[in-house]
Design a protein around this ligand. Structure first.
Ligand SMILES: [Zn+2]
Length: 318
């Protein structure tokens, strides 16, 4: 009996570890439910809720065996918070980016980095960037950007399991204070943890949870690296997605901070919706199977760039 129990336990343990290696709908959903919970109150920089979310991301990176650049994976900075016109300035908020990396195995290419990023902060109780008339209401930010953060954690987990395939190194960044004006990514490019010249591509995910029935995935900046437009188009189609690939239009999220430093970028999202920057952007509206599809797509793209000698190089855009 004891033996049988032990055996069942091993089988269970095997399945548990196996499911962890894959990007699963279940895990995506769990991450979003946590990040966009009532308790985390819209993940506003400088708040206790924001710190709880940082702790959650740090714990996850650590669990995957990813390496930190600094103590506790935190790149701390102070954020100037947006205020309504005519309102007095708020004190600077202490917040951070959460940064981890996985080293590549090729003796030369491991000195080249690909960054995968997503901002984890949101609007808290509203404020000047809210589009809602409701004052002092939690802006859950499930799509913006609990979704991107969840995909970041899921891809990081799968990369860690498959690290032996990597030639280039990958840096994972959960950015703080994006909603206050791309502050986390701006801080990173001004205080980079590796030389900017060694960063070959930055892939950013901001709002990837609302794949529509036509499976439209939007991509900005794909023309900033060789063959980017064709590659993203073909890969998406092979995964039953309908990519809308823009070569030059760069968009308005954290990847723009990198683009401005002449780094190739790819900004991925699943499109705008009526709940954007409103309290109604909630977890129940996330298309979880769709987000898994998008996550697999980004994982495959990332692994192609990191585990082959795919030619990289910045191509300026007008
Ligand atoms: Zn966002």
């Amino acid at each position: 009996m004891k033996k049988l129990l032990l055996f069942s336990f091993l089988i269970l343990a095997y399945h548990a570890s196996f499911s962890q290696a894959e990007i699963t709908e279940h895990e995506i959903k769990d991450h979003i439910l946590f990040l966009a919970s009532e308790k985390n109150a819209g993940r506003y920089p400088g708040t206790k809720a924001n710190r709880a979310v940082v702790k959650y991301i740090v714990k996850d990176f650590k669990k995957q065996g990813l390496l930190p650049f600094a103590k506790n994976y935190k790149q701390k900075f102070k954020a100037r918070l947006r205020v309504e016109k005519g309102q007095p300035e708020k004190p600077l908020a202490k917040t951070c980016n959460v940064v981890a990396y996985q080293e590549g195995n090729d003796p030369i290419l491991k000195n080249e980095y690909i960054i995968l990023g997503a901002h984890y902060d949101h609007l808290g109780m509203g404020g000047p960037s809210s589009k809602s008339d409701k004052k002092n209401t939690i802006h859950y930010g499930a799509d913006d950007n609990a979704s991107g953060t969840a995909t970041l954690l899921e891809i990081a987990e799968k990369v860690a399991v498959n690290k032996s395939q990597l030639k280039r190194s990958i840096i994972f960044i959960a950015f703080g204070a994006e909603e206050q004006g791309l502050l986390g990514s701006q801080y990173f490019v001004d205080n980079p943890l590796v030389p900017l010249s060694q960063i070959k591509l930055m892939i950013n995910m901001d709002m990837v949870g609302r794949l529509n029935t036509d499976n439209h995935v939007y991509m900005n900046g794909a023309g900033t690296f060789p063959g980017g437009v064709e590659f993203m188009q073909n890969l998406g189609e092979s995964l039953s997605l309908t990519p809308i690939v823009h070569a030059g239009s760069v968009g308005g999220s954290d990847h723009v901070s990198f683009f401005k430093k002449d780094i190739s970028v790819l900004g991925v999202h699943t499109g705008a919706h009526p709940e954007y920057h409103r309290p109604e952007d909630t977890a129940d509206l996330i298309n979880v199977p769709g987000q898994k599809q998008v996550s697999d797509y980004i994982y495959k793209a990332l692994m192609t760039f990191a585990s082959t000698d795919y030619k990289m190089g910045f191509i300026p855009q007008d």
